[in-house]
Design a protein around this ligand. Structure first.
Ligand SMILES: Nc1ncnc2c1ncn2[C@@H]1O[C@H](COP(=O)(O)OP(=O)(O)O)[C@@H](O)[C@H]1O
Ligand SMILES: [Mg+2]
Length: 400
């Protein structure tokens, strides 16, 4: 019988691998925001057109890349974050697999524009559908801007499964909220335009101010702080509850994670004051030595494994009970003593959102307002957002 096994062509293999990292616009946004955070950005601006199906752009003021790094970044397993096996044992960055830019550029049209801190000129790199990188000099500010157009244009099987622009935007917004909530040193903005809706968020300041900006439907008095050396954040009173876990914002060393055991620790912390089948609102970051947690479980990096699951469970449950003013019970006192500083930075929050039909001059009539705008940083300045064709209602948060 003839041999049936053959090695896949490189471009096909790349598309298959890309599928593990990029399954919809929201996963592109997640990877790009993670890169900006890892690059030490103080300000991250996200632009989205048609839920990200048409265009995603993430602009940061981080360290940027040299010409050769900007070209290398698109190769698979190209990373500046891990260099030896020991590094894998203690990962302190959000990225480490060197897959995101390679995967994204295998299934879309990408343009990276970047200038390294202190460099004279910047560079732009264009990669389409995993093809050759095309480089050019580019006069850009320090930092990086990554623009991703026409996701899955060369992968019809995936394209077919994308939902409506507003539904994809919902997932992008979730990714954005997760990042914006937990990084108090970074200002975030998000602008979305589709033919049926638009949205703008500009968020900075303390965790409380970020919650107020991202969830204006809740009152400051609904929240109480959870503070311990291991677990800190904000939790809402049991009166704010949901039928799903969608408002459990759980992080390990500021990485958003999905973990059933932590979710049950939160629920068990509330105990019987929460109605059966209801889930609370919580933003909780667990700070743990990088060598005590394995984040390399899945390409999406949202699953983790702890050396001591029990310790984490107890710490979370105790922190929740303490924040709610309940007895903590017979658990170690270690995480109950030292208060953790939530680091207030630039206390400003702007928030605005509305339907396109109420804002006639927006996207529906002027799609170029988003597309044609030069990548710029929005450091909490509303005037900038107005210039780009967005009108904004400014609301100061009630939280002190
Ligand atoms: N916004 C950015 N600013 C500076 N460098 C970046 C940025 N995005 C990507 N890079 C560089 O490109 C490399 C590859 O990125 P990526 O494919 O996401 O892999 P990883 O984040 O796992 O290293 C990163 O290691 C980093 O050196
Ligand atoms: Mg990355």
């Amino acid at each position: 019988m003839a041999d049936r096994i053959r090695i896949l062509e490189a471009s096909l293999a790349a598309k298959i691998a890309a599928g593990e990292v990029v399954d919809r616009p929201a996963s592109v946004v997640k990877e790009l925001i993670e890169n900006s955070i890892d690059a030490g950005a103080k300000s991250i601006a996200v632009f989205i057109v048609e839920g990200g199906k048409r265009m995603i752009r993430v602009v940061d003021d981080g360290v940027g890349m040299s010409r050769s790094d900007a070209q290398a970044a698109f190769q698979r397993h190209a990373t500046s974050k891990v260099s030896c096996e020991e590094d894998l044992e203690r990962i302190e960055t959000l990225g480490f697999r060197g897959e995101a830019l390679a995967s994204i550029s295998a299934v879309s049209r990408v343009r990276l524009r970047t200038k390294e801190c202190g460099a004279l000129t910047g560079v732009s790199v264009i990669v389409e559908g995993g093809g050759e990188a095309r480089l050019d000099d580019d006069g850009v500010p320090e930092g990086a801007s990554v623009e991703v157009k026409d996701i899955f244009y060369n992968l019809p099987a995936r394209l077919k499964f994308l939902r409506s622009a507003d539904s994809e935007y919902g997932r992008v917004l979730d990714v954005f909220k997760k990042a914006a909530l937990i990084n108090p040193g970074i200002s975030f903005s998000l602008m979305h335009g589709s033919s049926s809706s638009r949205g703008i968020y500009v968020v900075s300041g303390t965790l409380a101010e970020r919650v107020a900006g991202l969830f204006p439907e809740y009152k400051a008095t609904d929240f109480t702080e959870a503070r311990s050396p291991v677990v800190n954040g904000l939790i809402a009173s049991h009166e704010v509850s949901f039928s799903t876990t969608k408002c459990l914002y759980v992080y390990v060393n500021k990485r958003p994670v999905k973990d059933r055991s932590i979710n049950s620790a939160i629920l068990d912390g509330y105990g019987t004051i929460l109605d059966r089948g209801r889930y609370p609102f919580a933003v909780l970051n667990i700070t743990i030595a990088p060598e005590d947690v394995d984040v390399n479980i899945h390409p999406a990096k949202t699953e983790v494994r702890f050396k001591s699951q029990r310790y984490v469970y107890d710490a979370v449950k105790a922190a929740v009970r303490r924040a709610l003013g309940m007895e903590v019970g017979a658990v170690s006192q270690a995480w109950q003593t030292r208060p953790v500083d939530l680091r207030p930075v630039n206390p400003v929050v702007y928030y605005s959102e509305g339907k396109a039909d109420q804002q006639k001059n927006f996207y529906a009539n002027e799609p170029v307002a988003v597309y044609g705008a030069e990548p710029r940083l929005f450091q909490g300045d509303v005037a900038d957002t107005a210039d780009a064709g967005f009108s904004t209602d400014v609301k100061t948060p009630e939280l002190a």
